[in-house]
Write a protein that binds this ligand. Structure first.
Ligand code: SF4
Length: 598
């Protein structure tokens, strides 16, 4: 049986009953300590109470007719988050027209209403943060307690503290789920650091009432950060912690629980014995990707998820708006060379693919189960050969679906292949341009050049596929000049219409990446690390270039935000930075030449 307690928690908090409880907590905050969010909430409480359930139903896609009232801006109460609407005003015409009309163009009422309802929920989330629990956020909860934390101590202290309203609701939901299903084993999957604290609170609630119920922890966070786990206190909450793909470890564990194998024959599993943590790994082959079967959403309330419209970035919009079935084309990455990437971890480093017919069988099975035809392929980089075979199979079976996913902008994506993918339902692709600089792309072993990215992205755009570029700054040895040049390439790519969306991420060095494993090859030294008994992932480093990347990052994202709205595309890229910056060394026609226009 599957349960999504994160969703259940949000739905309970954002209900009329939930708001009543939140209001009680807000009233307990002394008047002179109330933030603007809290004052606004109390002043408009009746309207929040009256509208919360209909706003949630609207964001769930169950009540679309209310869009007209929401879009009018006279229906939902508005708190401080609505001030953000001001930033969407066209800087070239600050007095002109309605900011939302500018941001959404002619898209109209439904999107407008969804964005306004999202701001409304964000206001409520701020109220929770200010009055109930400062660690609360929609997509993460108390993230800093787990992320790259060398010891368990901060988490242990937080778990020993009196539960907040959020914690208590989560514990109630956990108890209700246990009562509903009466399980013998509970598996908790924590994909990110922001879900770790919640998982431990759930396990705490289970162990308090049902000490004999077996609890197991796994998921992306564990696979990435808990590879050196030595902390016995983790096992007060979880009996077992498993690494990497779950199928084989869970099958072995179930055998063990049935008395068919000892702990020494567990697979990739931590267990506490006589107060000491042991890693048990009996090497057994993983279940091949061709045989893992089709994911199922069985038991999950797929019509209750919220489709929020937060960012106006078109690709971020795909991530959060609408419900997409998740599948992978293959297991792992076929390239597995990029030096900033966790290529030493199984989920990237072990490539295993499957026949197109099996993949498309899975697609058909998921459609039959969910009634929905949108697919997000969550591969880190979907292999072009497999995508071609999949597209041909989709067309052969005359399936009508839409899909999107991550790729590497490699030259195999010819105009002909891009057209085939678009014909099979591809609506968007995202890929890494990282630091747009041939020198740094080489150092990263990305295996692409800026010219090649221009040609591939244009081929996708020509077929109507939306292209999003992952961009990076702060890579070892990156100079201010490199940063200015990278932005100039990005500007030209937007101006030429090759990409429509992008985001600059700050490079972070992880211990599982080639940079973290061999820092000397990248000219950096790693900061000394304390002894690790709990989590380990990001590691600080000294880069002799000494560039203030944080300040540059702000300018880069400001430029990008404007480029996505078609603003400033003709201007010198130095306009976005503060202070004196070097002139770009990139020829103004570089991308046009790469595309054969100049
Ligand atoms: S960054 Fe992407 S393409 Fe490069 S190795 Fe990692 S997953 Fe593969």
């Amino acid at each position: 049986m599957q349960e999504d307690l994160a969703l259940a928690l949000v739905l309970r908090l954002f209900s009329r009953d939930g708001l009543e409880q939140v209001r009680g907590q807000v009233l307990a905050v002394p008047e002179d300590k109330r933030t603007e969010s809290l004052r606004s909430f109390l002043a408009q409480y009746d309207r929040y109470w009256a509208t919360v359930e209909v706003a949630v139903a609207f964001l769930q896609g169950r009540d679309s007719t209310i869009a007209h009232r929401i879009a009018s801006r006279n229906f939902l109460p508005e708190g401080p988050r609505f001030n953000a609407l001001e930033v969407y005003v066209d800087p070239d015409d600050p007095e002109g027209g309605d900011p939302l009309a500018w941001a959404f163009g002619a898209l109209g009422t439904l999107d407008r209403a969804r964005h306004l309802a999202t701001l409304y929920l964000n206001d409520l989330a701020d109220v929770l943060k200010d009055a109930v629990d400062p660690r609360f956020e929609f997509v993460r909860y108390a993230e800093s307690l787990a992320q790259s934390q060398p010891t368990f101590e901060p988490l242990a202290q937080a778990l020993a503290a009196a539960p907040t309203l959020v914690d208590s609701l989560l514990q109630t939901l956990a108890e209700e789920a246990i009562a509903r299903h009466q399980p013998q084993v509970v598996l908790l999957s924590v994909p990110f650091p922001g879900s770790v604290y919640g998982a431990f609170r759930i396990a705490q609630a289970i162990k308090a009432r049902h000490p004999d119920l077996v609890t197991v922890l796994g998921g992306g966070f564990v696979n990435t950060e808990l590879r050196e786990l030595k902390e016995p206190r983790v096992f007060d909450y979880f009996d077992y912690v498993t690494l990497d793909d779950g199928e084989r470890p869970i099958l072995a564990l179930l055998d063990h629980l049935r008395g068919k194998r000892g702990t020494e024959r567990l697979v990739r599993t931590y267990v506490r014995e006589a107060g000491v943590v042991h890693y048990r790994h009996n090497p057994e082959p993983d279940v091949p990707f061709a045989e893992v079967g089709t994911p199922t959403w069985d038991g999950l309330p797929i019509d209750r998820y919220l489709s929020v419209l937060d960012m106006l970035n078109p690709m971020h919009r795909l991530w959060s708006d609408g419900r997409w079935n998740k599948l992978t084309v293959a297991h792992g990455c076929y390239w597995k060379k990029c030096s900033f990437c966790d290529v030493s971890l199984d989920y990237i480093g072990r490539y295993d693919d499957v026949a197109a017919s099996t993949l498309v069988d899975r697609i058909e099975a998921v459609i039959a189960e969910t009634g929905q035809t949108g697919f997000h392929f969550v591969d880190e980089a979907a292999p072009p050969k497999a995508l071609r075979a999949m597209a041909e199979e989709i067309l052969r079976r005359k399936l009508s679906i839409s899909w999107w996913g991550n790729i590497r902008f490699e030259k195999t994506f010819s105009p002909e292949l891009c057209q085939l993918l678009a014909d099979s339902g591809c609506i968007a692709v995202s890929g890494g341009l990282e630091v747009a600089s041939d020198r740094l792309l080489k150092l990263m072993k990305k295996g692409v050049s800026v010219e090649q990215v221009a040609r591939v992205t244009q081929a996708f755009t020509d077929t109507g596929v939306l292209v999003h570029a992952y961009l990076m700054y702060g890579f070892p040895t990156q100079t201010v000049q490199d940063t200015v040049d990278a932005l100039e390439y990005v500007r030209q790519l937007f101006a030429a219409g090759c990409i429509q969306s992008g985001f600059f991420h700050r490079f972070s060095c992880t211990v599982h990446s080639p940079v973290g494993l061999h820092p000397e090859e990248y000219g950096i030294t790693l900061h000394a690390q304390p002894p690790i008994t709990f989590a380990r992932n990001d590691v600080g480093f000294n880069d002799p270039t000494g560039v203030d990347h944080a300040a540059l990052g702000k300018a880069l994202n400001k430029a990008l935000y404007n480029y996505m709205h078609g603003i400033g595309l003709e201007d010198d890229v130095r306009r976005w930075f503060h202070g004196k910056m070097p002139k770009t060394r990139v020829p103004r026609q570089f991308i046009d030449r790469a595309l054969g226009y100049a």
